[in-house]
Design a binder for this molecule. Structure first.
Ligand code: ASN
Ligand code: ZN
Length: 321
């Protein structure tokens, strides 16, 4: 069952990405204010046409649909983290409207970014619940947009796993920012609250202990490695993009917990600087990314504890800097 979970969404995503990449960025709509989100929520009403029926505009009061309200709030929180922590105005750094569709398809066990918008399924209730429940999943999908507009990491193999890891890192930071947690207080899980009650597990992924998020008859065992010794060579999942992301995810966890305090501040700033700094190539390997985090730590914090934390993290996961 696991191998079907990501595939449908990915194929839609990949079609969009291959057509949208290189398109000029869209200007903020007339009347949009800089530094404010411009959210529009749509309801697919269990069909697959996008975006579906408009059900909530920016500034409107919550309605009756808890899924719509959760998505609206989660997009707002994600927008706020990017703005307040990194001075980034939306996905494209220029106020891009945030469009999201909920109730996509029937029993749809996934969420995705299609190159233009976010899409959330309700889950089938057997394996997964509503994908708007975990705020880190909302942050994960929005961050695919940020990555598209910045490093545009190719969604295959190591660059694809880095793309996935960026979404997990900033997804987790959005949850920590919303809850006001320190690195020591955070659960470092992606998708806690998403697994249906009958599933044996805690989440989709663990950045603290990759490979331990679930172990279940239907889902199988969490396949993520924490270090290069366990790197998975596979053609499935676009060369293991949701699998080997465990390695850079765990490196970020080590940096953040070594430094302590709020992970979005120094650790997140270093990762953000690399993602958006213009030196990260679309086909970057783990070692390329790691080397850039070393340079970013020095550039922003000189040769202090931040640099030492970054060097230690990559050494622990077996990636050369
Ligand atoms: N939930 C997945 C993701 O955001 C969907 C996909 O594989 N495209 O990565
Ligand atoms: Zn993803």
């Amino acid at each position: 069952a696991r191998r079907t979970l990501e595939r449908d969404a990915f194929e839609r995503t990949h079609r969009r990405l291959t057509t949208v990449v290189g398109a000029p960025s869209v200007a903020a709509p007339l009347g949009a204010e800089a530094g404010k989100p411009h959210r529009t929520l749509y309801d697919a009403k269990h069909r697959t046409e996008l975006p579906g029926k408009k059900v909530r505009a920016e500034g409107s009061e919550p309605g009756k649909d808890a899924t719509v309200n959760r998505a609206y709030a989660g997009l707002g929180a994600t927008f706020e983290l990017y703005l307040k922590a990194y001075e980034r105005d939306s996905i494209d750094a220029n106020g891009l409207p945030l469009d999201a569709t909920v109730h996509y398809d029937r029993d749809y066990n996934n969420a995705f970014w299609n190159g233009e918008q976010m899409v959330f399924g309700d889950g089938d209730g057997e394996i997964f619940l509503d994908f708007t429940i975990p705020i880190d999943v909302i942050g994960h999908e929005l961050t695919h947009g940020v990555t598209q507009y910045t490093a545009n990491l190719t969604y295959f193999g190591q660059p694809g796993a880095l793309n996935e890891s960026m979404s997990d890192v900033f997804g987790s930071l959005i949850k920590q920012y919303t809850l006001g947690q320190t690195a020591a207080e955070a659960d470092w899980l992606i998708g806690a609250g998403l697994l249906a009650p009958r599933v044996t597990g805690k989440a989709l992924r663990s950045m603290k202990e990759p490979g331990t998020a679930y172990d279940d008859d239907v889902l199988g065992k969490d396949p993520q490695p924490a270090t290069m010794d366990d790197y998975v060579r596979t053609g499935r999942d676009n060369g293991g993009v949701h699998i080997n992301s465990g390695i850079p995810n765990h490196a970020f966890y080590i940096v953040a917990t070594t430094l302590g305090g709020h992970a979005w501040e120094r650790a997140g700033q270093i990762w953000y600087d690399v993602l958006t700094g213009g030196q990260l190539k679309k086909d970057a390997l783990f070692t390329d990314f790691a080397t850039l985090t070393v340079a970013a730590a020095k550039a922003r914090y000189q040769e202090g504890e931040e640099l030492q934390a970054v060097l230690k993290a990559w050494e622990q996961v077996g990636v050369r800097t």
